[in-house]
Design a protein around this ligand. Sequence first.
Ligand code: G3P
Ligand code: CA
Length: 298
Amino acid sequence: MNKAPVVIAHRGASGYLPEHTFPAKALAHGMGADFLEQDVVASRDGRLIVFHDLFLDQLTDVAQRYPGRARPDGRSYCIDFSLAEIRTLRVTERRGKDGIAARYPGRFPAGTGSFRIHTLEEELEFIRGLNRSTGRQAGVYAEIKDPDWHHQHDVPLGDRVVGTLRDFGYRARDDGFFVQCFSASELQRVRTAYGADLPLVQLLEEGADVRRPALSAIAGYANAIGPAISLAWPDRGLVGMAHELGLLVHPYTFRADALPPGFKNFAELVSTFVEGLGVDGLFTDFPDLVVQQARTTT
Ligand code: G3P
Ligand code: CA
């Protein structure tokens, strides 16, 4: 029997509530997710906020509340707003690039609800509280978002994220956390700065080189890979190769309302990755569905 894969709530239970809000994190915790994900970016005053995009437009009312603050590309960037300003924004369900239509039309109604952005510290405190009050330990899974962009704006984001995690007691793998990033150089730098105990995940976007030499290089500094689904399926042996090199495999992102081509339903998708490929974990917007399926079939 395979070991049950860990279920990583992608931006919380984001299939049901606006991503990265406290309600989405609380729901994911209650659904039994093993880890709750944090995408982390910085504000103008260097505070770390839990937010996926570098800019605020597709998830908040920034254009209405702060007209004239967009850059020439039409976007209002987190790094141009103080934390106090960011806290005044209303978060909604994600909209598409046109800023109007919902990205996932069947989800929480866009433009409704009363949701806010919070800091990484506040989220870690929130999870610590839930772990204590429920007696069930959910881990944290923080992503350093675009470290080059943040370095250009004088924010050493990797150091700040790792430092904040350490302040909350997340230092080694047994502490129940991972640190993830798409940038290999940032992960290598973090590895050198903070040592071998830090559980690091190399994220791999669609089209990334996943041949053995590339994976072997990753195994020199990371503990796991987080590949896009399309890198692992159709199967070209990625999971087996990664395991031979001692790397865990946590693919992203499993969405019941956005199936990859060739899958009839979400259960078939999950089963292909869990039972067929033997992945070690899954990022999902629907943690309840994966928890239910993964734990009854492994
Ligand atoms: O971190 C895994 C996955 O979340 C990476 O993609 O864009 O959703 O952060 P993204
Ligand atoms: Ca992420």
